[in-house]
Design a protein around this ligand. Structure first.
Ligand SMILES: Nc1ncnc2c1ncn2[C@@H]1O[C@H](COP(=O)(O)OP(=O)(O)OP(=O)(O)O)[C@@H](O)[C@H]1O
Ligand SMILES: [Mg+2]
Length: 333
């Protein structure tokens, strides 16, 4: 197949905030995906979508499939921009469509859908201006997050707040820094899990990944903060989580976790691949935090490949499975 990889490249630019490029992909990841596709016999070109001539590029260069990992740069619909261009030009692409990508990027809207579906998700409130009255039903500790970001952007230790004063301070900071609403939700103390779903002929749930932050006393960051993701494995900084795949779960709880992840994937209309982040509370209720239809695919650093390896897949098999799922779907359309 003639395949084009669409991506946003991670760059070094000291004039931008430290987390500006966190959602983008490194050249190393793009090279690994390119090599994986080539090893399966595909003819591959990689396109940095930052160049605004995407439309004219694809009008002239026809490809059989786009392997889309572009997260976009700015705005609430950034992840949908490349799929929208491809939809218009009728070029098939891997992964979720324009609509699901925009929906999943909006955490509060996603949570409304989850609640309507009866899928547990932490109780929450959206702050648009930052001077709204706090819903008295919400129980501290709460966590404050930008409503439409990924890669834990804007999520640090001081986002977990214990009183109204801390809460409103952080809410205003988030609204100001990220020019968007702040999502406030109940902080779920408990096991952190992430669930990978791969549609490969049939919908397949990969072995669940558990991320254990018990070794992170030095940083005091017991959750997947931005620093944890950015400097993962740095012992000096106390940012060395342990990974267990499959997760250490009783069969019954594992079944519940798989069930909520599958229902979340379907409720949001995700295609080919997704990764759902979950926390178990003290009663082992699996609370869905969010779903990522464009999970990181770095062969060494990202969570999704770890789960694929635990299922016995090689990196190139994972990449090929995504392409196959997308091309099967396209044939059916
Ligand atoms: N309600 C919560 N209770 C406990 N921990 C939470 C909660 N919300 C977020 N976290 C912690 O913060 C991390 C990042 O939050 P979340 O997954 O919502 O953000 P994200 O930026 O979309 O992440 P990703 O990097 O997966 O795109 C979670 O993995 C978890 O460790
Ligand atoms: Mg997450």
């Amino acid at each position: 197949m003639k395949v084009a990889i669409t991506y946003n490249l991670k760059k070094k630019d000291t004039t931008k905030p430290a987390d500006y490029f966190s959602e983008c992909d490194s050249l190393d990841t793009i090279n690994n995906i390119t090599n994986a596709l080539k090893s399966k016999g595909h003819c591959v070109e990689a396109i940095d979508v930052e160049y605004p001539r995407l439309f004219s590029y694809f009008s002239k260069h026809r490809v059989d499939m786009v392997f889309n990992i572009a997260e976009g740069k700015v705005g609430k619909f950034r992840e949908s921009e490349v799929p929208a261009v491809l939809d218009y030009l009728k070029i098939p692409y891997t992964g979720s469509d324009t609509f699901s990508l925009a929906l999943a990027l909006n955490k509060a809207l996603t949570k409304k859908i989850l609640k309507a579906e009866g899928i547990p998700t932490p109780n929450f409130q959206l702050f648009v201006k930052g001077n709204e009255k706090l819903n008295p039903e919400l129980k501290f500790p709460l966590i404050v997050k930008p409503n439409c970001e990924g890669s834990a952007k804007g999520i640090n230790k001081n986002n977990v707040v214990h009183n109204k004063e801390e809460l409103f301070l952080r809410v205003k900071e988030i609204i100001g820094q990220y020019s968007q609403e702040a999502l406030v939700e109940e902080f779920i103390e408990g096991k952190e899990l992430t669930v990978g779903i791969l549609e490969n002929g049939k919908t397949r749930v990969l072995p669940i990944l558990e991320i254990d932050f018990a070794n992170c006393q030095k940083s005091g960051e017991y959750f997947y903060s931005w620093r944890m993701k950015e400097f993962q494995g740095n012992k000096e900084m106390g940012l060395e989580p342990s990974f267990f795949c499959p997760a250490r779960l009783d069969k019954e709880i594992e079944k519940k976790v798989i069930d909520v992840a599958l229902r979340t994937h379907r409720a949001l209309g995700c295609l080919d691949i997704s990764r759902t982040d979950i926390r178990l509370d003290k009663f082992n209720v699996p609370y869905v935090l969010e779903i990522n239809p464009l999970p990181g695919l770095d062969p060494k650093e990202s969570n999704f490949p770890i789960m694929a390896y635990a299922a016995g897949m090689k990196y190139e098999d994972l990449i090929e499975a995504i392409i196959l799922s997308a091309s099967e779907r396209t044939k059916l359309n």
